[in-house]
Design a protein around this ligand. Structure first.
Ligand code: FES
Length: 292
């Protein structure tokens, strides 16, 4: 590692490992960027808030006893995930502490599998299992030379000053990437409460209507004898937009077939998620139906 060279780090990697390395490195940097540019990820008032995401896994995850502790420090955990994704991605592409990066990627993917995608059935529809396996494969591919002998150490040599500088460089690049992402955040409009979604007179009992919530979330409004109610149309599996099927009176996801019952609080009744659609708060005010 003392004679580090970016070109050599790729030349010395078997072709199979290069393919996996390129894909995982780019994808993890993109994952970090996605979070860094999401204005809601660290915003406690947002539906995308990391704490809200963790809370939604508590009922289904086998590691909910750990997630409960993470929930208390959700913002800090969100920062850690963002920085780790950048650091792992950059280290994977540059080949600095590659083995450690692969091991870190494996641990992160396993954690996401046990929390975010644990309830996805069948398991192959959840992507975190595939990431965990790819990181594990990369770990062993870079750990062994072509004769199958272990040729690298998992932990970088902290007595080598150049190696320490490289690790500091990775950390600094990760922090810089998070701050760069924050400059590209789309400004989330402050939800305007009281915005009219429909005129009561034009929306009789039995009506359904797609609309954009105040923060831009694609949503769907219902009016039944019980009153008015609305849900986000973002599927709780992997974020496709669900549509209303008038025949079955269900909200159905076109991607992997999740079905949600709007008459039962948006509960997921079949498909690869068990998480209900988030509710959008609406009410009748005067002659209008408004978001509150
Ligand atoms: S995104 Fe997979 S079922 Fe909706």
């Amino acid at each position: 590692m003392a004679n580090y060279s970016l070109a050599k780090s790729w030349q010395n990697t078997p072709v199979a490992a290069r393919i996996i390395r390129l894909f995982l490195g780019v994808t993890f940097i993109y994952g970090g960027w996605n979070k860094a540019t999401d204005s809601g990820f660290l915003d406690k008032n947002s539906a995308h808030y990391i704490g809200a995401q963790i809370a939604s896994y508590l009922d289904t995850s086998p590691i909910s006893f750990i997630l409960k502790h993470m929930l208390e420090h959700a913002t800090l955990f969100g920062w850690l995930v963002m920085l780790s994704e950048f650091a792992i991605g950059i280290a994977t592409l540059t080949g600095i502490a590659l083995e450690l990066a692969a091991f870190g990627g494996f641990l992160l993917s396993v954690t996401l599998w046990l929390s975010a995608t644990w309830s996805v059935k069948p398991y192959f529809l959840g992507s975190d299992t595939a990431y965990a396996i790819l990181w594990l494969a990369l770990f062993f591919l870079v750990r062994q030379n072509t004769k199958g002998r272990h040729v690298t150490a998992l932990l970088p040599d902290l007595h080598d000053r150049r190696e320490v500088f490289r690790l500091v460089g990775i950390s600094a690049a990760s922090v810089a990437a998070v701050f760069a992402g924050s400059k590209f955040r789309a400004v989330t409009p402050t939800p305007e409460t009281g915005t009219a979604i429909a005129k009561l007179a034009d929306f009789p009992i039995g009506s359904t209507k797609a609309f954009a919530a105040a923060d831009g979330t694609p949503s769907v409004l219902f009016r039944t004898k019980a009153g008015v109610f609305a849900y986000s149309r973002i599927c709780t599996h992997q974020g496709c937009t669900v549509g209303y099927d008038a025949k079955s009176n269900l909200l159905i996801c076109p991607c992997h077939g999740a079905q949600f019952d709007p008459t039962k609080d948006g509960t997921a009744i079949s498909g690869p998620t068990k998480i209900a659609l988030p509710k959008i708060q609406v009410a009748i005010k005067g002659t209008d139906i408004v978001q509150i």
